[in-house]
Design a protein around this ligand. Structure first.
Ligand SMILES: [Zn+2]
Length: 127
């Protein structure tokens, strides 16, 4: 499981300093970027949202990390459900709270992505 959890980093071709990090294999951003460390312009391995194909968009929204987390959520819910069956309203509330607690990181991730996508679309329209 551990080798599946990857944090991708991207570095400047001139000075080698890490310029971006991402949970997904796809990096969203302008095609040309200026390095914060050496101030040189470089071609970034990045795409803006409108240029991405379906596969890249899926990778951006559901990287391995998120897929593993969702799988863990399903397993936990399957594991606890026998204990909750027959528990009435109280059990439904507990199950709902547990599900919300487990899904919170994914929801936060998707909200952050939504903001990034809005920015990417705005950049692509450009002046
Ligand atoms: Zn640099």
């Amino acid at each position: 499981m551990i080798p599946l959890i990857r944090y991708y980093s991207y570095s400047c071709p001139s000075c080698g300093e890490v310029t971006d990090r991402s949970w997904s294999k796809v990096l969203m951003g302008p095609a040309r970027s200026v390095c914060r460390h050496c101030s040189r312009e470089y071609a970034a391995a990045a795409l803006e949202w409108p240029q991405m194909r379906g596969k890249e968009r899926r990778e951006l929204l559901l990287p391995d990390m998120v897929q593993i987390w969702l799988a863990v959520t399903v397993i936990v819910m399957l594991f606890v459900s026998p204990a909750l069956i027959g528990g009435g309203d109280r059990a439904i509330v507990v199950a709902g709270q547990l599900l919300l607690f487990l899904l919170a990181p994914v929801l936060l991730f998707l909200v952050a992505r939504y903001v990034q996508i809005r920015r990417s679309i705005a950049r692509s329209r450009g002046p």
